[in-house]
Design a binder for this molecule. Sequence first.
Ligand SMILES: Cc1ncc(COP(=O)(O)O)c(C=O)c1O
Length: 401
Amino acid sequence: MHSKHKPADKIQDLQFFGEFGGVNPSISDSSTYTFLAAKSMMDTFEGNTEGCYLYSRHSSPSNLNLAQAISLMEGTESANVTASGMGAITAVLLQLCGQGDQIISARTIYGGSYAFLKNFAPRFGIETTFVDITNLEKVEKSINKHTKVIYCESVSNPLLEVADIKSLAKIAKKHNLQLVVDNTFSPLSLAPALLGADVVIHSLTKFINGTSDTVAGVICGTSKFIASLRNVNDGACMLLGPVMDSLRSASVLKNMHTLPIRIKKHSENALYLAQKFEKDGIKMIYPGLPSHPQHSLYKDLYNEEYGFGGMLAFDTGSLKKADDLMELMQQRNLGYLAVSLGFYKTLFNAPGTGTSSEIPHDEQAAMGLTDGLIRFSIGLDNDIERTYQAMKKCMVELGIL
Ligand SMILES: Cc1ncc(COP(=O)(O)O)c(C=O)c1O
């Protein structure tokens, strides 16, 4: 637990003044910037002029404002925002690894990340060994002289496995590896960098933005690593170009101001439903339940103010049942049948055939991802008992309960 870290205070206390004294910082609506002295331009190319901007693919005032807010929240020295979560993940891994290197990755990760590691990174000579990340012995045994990175999600998509970040960080340190953690499912609840991770990634598309109106991402790490990503000669963010637009970073920053209250409500609602349906006899997957295999680990790692997060899952038994339930819940206005997460309304999908469909069927079976599994991102419903009753009615009607 990192009880001394107060991420909400950090977000709240960050003070910006707009160009004309506006309460929101002015949006930098430029792709390029003037220099009053030619020498400052040269210095900026070399990456060493404070307060000077070169070109918006490198950095922009609006993007730096958002990056600062997120790095304060994560407790890292610095951050760089990107155009999407995948833009963040691919830039980090390509920055850290090259021809002949190996990555050890959790086997239960977002389907896009899995597809990148399995199908795309080998084109650059980067091989990935997928392991059960909860088996620390296996993780350590998979390390060889080519290993550069251990990659995982703090809470995995979609099975909600919790990574033992503290122990993984120890293993990484011992073997001189970088521990890269995707913290998309658990902002505020978990702060991986404070638990020892070297790099923390988010898809901002999800809880942090929270309004399902954009895709965006962020990379948090040391100032040195973030500067290396922006390096004009060999920086993955600079050269691959996953840059966020200033208008968007300004809107994500405004949404961040309500993140602490939103996360508390998402967590409160998800815990309520998980407890109720478990009592009704459904085998719920939720880290806040003592029945979850990593419940006590989560309690050891989390910031309890923010609870166990807004994601939960359960197996309906078959794809047909999952589809019928999702359609009925949407008809009854209990949420939307949609991928993604972190919206004010509940979102649900069957990841085996959706967001994790990049993972072959036999591998899905090995990791316990069944066709009938529904993943829920629980919304901000004010009256969660009303939601519970209505969801329960759908399940009774379909014979799931
Ligand atoms: C855990 C996780 N990481 C990364 C991503 C990718 O983010 P984006 O869609 O913003 O590129 C997703 C998207 O679904 C995700 O769920």
